[in-house]
Design a protein around this ligand. Structure first.
Ligand code: HEC
Length: 165
């Protein structure tokens, strides 16, 4: 039967082995080579196709059941203030996230079915509204209540359809 000393040595040896495994795994993360410019271009294109998908959803009535689209009330992502989330929002009755607020507007003004929070559609909606506000400083919890984000000649997503299409 092992005495306590042998047991302790055995335990130390096995945690040392674990540490080696973890360090090797971390080493391989650290050793990751930076993306090439072609890979960076692919990554940017993937982001822009999510933004484009969000733009299409934003201006489509298919998220709801009453013919309204987000763009009818939020042309070019205006008055969505994505940079201010998370914050306390009285409609949600709690500190909520941008995605939860997107779902609130799908459910209430659009009378639609909320999206799964991790769905590709939700990511696209978030990508679109964030992209229209790129360059705007993140200000969590701020209550902005302002108008649209300049898009035609400002920093927003290029506008090919006059806001609410
Ligand atoms: C009929 C008009 C209407 C439509 C259509 C509409 N919203 Fe809204 N939305 C509102 C109103 C009103 C508020 C403000 C709620 C408040 O602050 O009390 C709001 C607030 C928001 C906010 C938070 C704004 C802030 O100040 O932080 C987001 C995000 C948002 N809407 C996204 C959407 C999305 C996405 C859609 C489409 C699914 C959509 N809205 C459709 C009326 C609308």
């Amino acid at each position: 039967m092992k005495n306590i000393h042998e047991f302790a040595t055995f335990k130390n040896a096995s945690s040392a082995a674990c540490a080696v495994v973890v360090l090797v795994a971390m080493g391989s993360v650290n050793a990751k080579t930076p993306p090439t410019s072609a890979e960076l271009e692919d990554q940017k294109n993937m982001l822009m196709s999510a933004v484009k998908r969000g733009d299409d959803l934003w201006h489509s009535a298919k998220l709801g059941s009453n013919g309204l689209a987000c763009g009818n009330c939020h042309p070019d992502g205006s008055a969505t203030n994505p940079h201010t989330w998370p914050k306390y929002q009285s409609n949600l009755g709690k500190v909520g996230t941008l995605r939860e607020m997107i779902n609130w507007c799908i459910s209430v003004p659009l009378v639609g079915t909320p999206l799964a929070l991790d769905s590709d559609e939700m990511i696209a909606m978030e990508a679109y509204t964030m992209y229209t506000h790129r360059g705007v400083a993140i200000a969590p919890a701020k209550d902005e209540q302002h108008g649209g984000t300049p898009v035609v000649s400002g920093p927003g997503y290029p506008n090919a359809h006059g806001g609410n299409r």
